[in-house]
Write a protein of this length. Structure first.
Lengths: 389, 141, 389, 141
């Protein structure tokens, strides 16, 4: 049995692809394109060209125009820019925001920031499987609605929202739609142009690219107020020296990503995982089997105390809730939205596969999880019913 | 959450987990639970000649609780029965380096031991027993 | 003669040190510390440790406590966070900001953003050499002043402001001081703790580290309102997945930097450059010879049209004004503040040396510049006086 | 700023830069300047038998202006003197792919050529000369 550590936390972040590392490294040293892409000299122009090439590749993967891609430091910043930037730029100063209860913290907390500025926020509930319907979105929109923000793939349970239909609904009411696609890009085809999405947050590090680089898709004609001031980079929408190696890394990441090929491969691994874990008694799937991103599996081990479950499996890299909240003993807001009790939410694990996950890794994980679950179940044998609910 | 090596060791390989088969001679059983704290615990205590011969525990709860139960089982073996009412919780918490927010669970573990004591059905006055147990513990630590 | 391109634009950005590249690369691939530093599993903890090690190294170079370092995407973001975050968090809601006319665009534009929010901004003039005095700062402070922001080393002319004295002045009036030290860190000793600076912006890419990573020094007890929402990273001051490789790169950069050793070496190169160029007739230094950062030399070639000067020297990487504004034909606001005419500002070049600049590079640059200046001077021989003023 | 290869080539190696020594026979000189546009230009035109034998220019200005002056010098050589008043600015701008914001400088360059023409001190009517020059240019381009 290999000593390779078991990494099943690809929804938290991924290892960078060797081709991406090579492309990044070529932008760093004295013999590489280290120059400032804003510099007028030939070295600057070369770096600028690399940046523009990357922009093209990213645009190509999501069916956008290169001019619609604005580089940021990640999806967190993209979400902030999209949401705050939309309200700051709204010509009619509308003050209503529609979003869901299962968004990533960077949307959740930005919504709080909006409230502090006097914006009213409507948070749509999801059903027990994590799905939000177009009807809910339509019902929530009022004359005061400036923006709707719905994530594509949920980072904890992997549920996929029907963005195409939601975009149509928003368009029918002339309301702008922002989509957080941090988890989906590279794994599920994105047709931003075709769907009519207005704003879409992307990040590299969930798709075997580097951390600290992301992009915001800003559809042609959509105006935004910059949130970071200084410098004319990114058409004035995002100041700061362009990090060539990061951008080139993201470009390579999106160039290498093939949702039509990678998605099915990941889904096979995830299904193998679910088949193996399914043998464990009392296990339940959190989310929606039919509308789940290919890389995410969120399962609940009823009757096993959450903290013990996590410590028992500490040698396998998995997440309880999302990584961002890992230091936080609060139960996940997403699992709570599905209707899980705090205890069941705590007894849930997110397992997520990636490009470097092998079937053998999945099998080892199933074995280890099975063994620890059996051990902790035995220890709690005879416990009252509330321990499993 | 950080765990002391004492906790990690006992959580990974508890010393006295399990239960005695139902008809084992000289075994008393005591339980306690607290849903709000997320803990349920059951001790099986085997006595012979007034001494605790062996203790087993079952538990639903966090790693600290598992480690504490395991440590307590170890400490009780060979002690007189009255030790069931005289566990020095401070000493347990100290040995395991438990964070304060876990102390509540220790009290529930103590409750389960007291339930065992009660199950013993002795006529002695419990407070008197506790007093002499405390003396034992002091010598012990 | 070597074919190595002449790079004298180290104030725009620098090549990354090979040791830094190695440290970064070790955080990227499957065999490296690629995990999310927020993850609870051991891989996450390892990445977190690397982040904390980097924080310690950065703190050490600027005489700060590790807990006073907040990672950002660069000095642009640090400047924004320091300034907007101070006003948003000011308990007395004071509405006056004091800064100078020669700040970087990221301070200049943030000041404009403050004005749009009703904050009054006082912009201090510098003298003909680029110096702002403590007296000016004191005179500008009123009861309504919430923040003073003065850069340490100017990115165009290299002039060093007396931050220690300015910090004392601000402290005496109980006003918070922010310092943009993007250009000085690593080249000039920074004693943030000793000087009593409240907030200080740092970046890695001006000191042979990667682009896209910076930090804000937030002195103990100084409260700030976060500008990027979502996630509890960086004590809630800056959300977003921590980019381990970038942070580790910055840590290594600051570990390798030795201002006491590097500063004098750079100054020697700069002096060699100035000695060489000084032979050219009609050349003038922009800024202050006595109070200039070791790596920057800004010179004016009177009588040579700026655009032709730049094109003639296009094979040497130098800057006209600052890189960020290179596409912008406007004369530099910094040179204008020194009192230069638009024409003289346009006829100025910034040359900046770095760790990888060799004396031979300087000599070749002097030769090339001398030749082109002579050629363009000959072409303009007989031109009227206004062409030189 | 982007430069066409035509501009880059002539800026890097102008074909007719300089001036004729002060007493050179048959040389007329013409100047123009515009401070607001940042251009000063001077042409030395050497004539022999009514034909332009050689032209030299001196210039303070941008690369486009330098390239334009150089190109104009090339085009003038061998032409009759009246060509000084007949430069097709559109053709020059086209050959060099000049951005529109530089057209103003072309007019100042034309002014300097006209000054040379004036300096020639001929009695012909300038408008007539320009007319015939225009015909020349049309054939030429
Ligand atoms: C759905 C979702 N949105 C946003 C983010 C934030 O992205 P980043 O880490 O690039 O800031 C993440 C992951 O962290 C995510 O999963
Ligand atoms: C003085 C100064 N401040 C701020 C910045 C911005 O730093 P960054 O490129 O890290 O955003 C720069 C350089 O670009 C600078 O020179």
């Amino acid at each position: 049995m290999s000593a390779r550590p078991l990494y099943l936390d690809n929804a938290a972040t991924t290892a960078v692809d060797p081709e991406v590392i090579a492309a990044m490294t070529a932008c760093l040293g004295t013999d590489g394109s280290f120059e400032n892409p804003s510099s007028a000299h030939p070295g600057g122009a070369r770096a600028r060209q690399l940046v523009e090439d990357a922009r093209e590749r990213i645009a190509a993967l999501v069916n956008a125009q290169p001019g619609e891609i604005v580089f940021t430091s990640g999806a967190t910043e993209s979400n902030n820019l999209a949401i705050l930037g939309s309200f700051d730029a709204d010509p009619r100063s509308r003050k209503h925001f529609v979003t869901t209860r299962i968004e990533h913290h960077s949307v959740v907390d930005t919504a709080h920031a909006l409230e502090a500025r006097g914006v009213e926020v409507t948070r749509l509930d999801c059903d027990a499987k994590g799905v939000v319907t177009t009807g809910q979105v339509l019902d929530a929109i009022t004359d005061a609605t400036a923006l709707v923000s719905v994530m594509h793939v949920n980072n904890e349970i992997g549920v996929i929202q029907d963005i195409e239909a939601i975009a149509q609904a928003c368009a029918s009411r002339d309301v702008r739609l922002h989509v957080d696609a941090a988890q989906s890009a590279g794994k599920i085809p994105l047709d931003l142009g075709g769907w009519g999405v207005d704003l879409c947050s992307l990040t590299a590090h969930k798709a075997h690219g580097p951390k600290g680089i992301g992009a915001l898709y800003v559809a042609g004609g959509v105006t935004l107020a910059p949130q970071l001031h200084g410098g004319e980079q990114e058409r004035g929408l995002r100041a700061g020296t362009l990090a060539t190696h990061q951008i080139v890394g993201m470009g390579k990441t999106f160039e290498l990503a093939r949702p039509e090929r990678d998605g099915p491969r990941l889904a096979k691994l995830r299904d193998r995982l679910w088949r193996g874990l399914g043998e464990i008694e009392g296990i339940r799937l959190n989310g929606c089997r039919e509308r789940c991103a290919p890389h995410i599996l969120n399962v609940c081990f009823a009757g096993i105390e959450g903290e013990s479950l996590r410590l028992a499996l500490a040698d396998i890299a998995v997440s309880a809730g999302s990584a961002c909240a890992s230091d936080d003993p609060e139960p996940s807001h997403v699992l709570s939205s599905l209707g899980l009790s705090d205890a069941l939410a705590q007894s849930s694990l997110r397992l997520s596969v990636g490009r470097f996950t092998e079937p053998a890794d999945v099998d080892r994980a199933v074995e280890r999880i099975g063994a620890e679950v059996a051990r902790l179940r035995a220890l709690a044998d005879g416990a009252p019913a509330w321990c499993s609910t | 959450m950080n765990y002391s090596s004492e906790v990690l060791q006992r959580f990974g390989l508890p010393q006295a987990d399990g239960a005695f088969p139902d008809e084992t001679e000289g075994v008393v059983r005591g339980e306690a639970e607290d849903r709000s704290l997320g803990i349920w615990i059951r001790f099986d205590v085997q006595l012979r000649d007034g001494l605790i011969r062996a203790v087993r525990f079952q538990l639903f709860g966090c790693p600290h609780a598992i480690a504490a139960a395991s440590l307590i089982c170890e400490r009780l073996e060979g002690k007189p029965a009255r030790a069931l009412a005289g566990i020095d919780l401070q000493a347990v918490a100290g040995s395991l380096d438990l964070p304060v927010e876990k102390y509540g669970k220790l009290l529930r573990i103590e409750d389960a031991l007291l339930a065992c004591r009660q199950a013993l059905g002795r006529s002695q006055d419990t407070s008197e027993a506790r007093k002499s147990c405390d003396e034992d513990e002091t010598k012990d630590s």
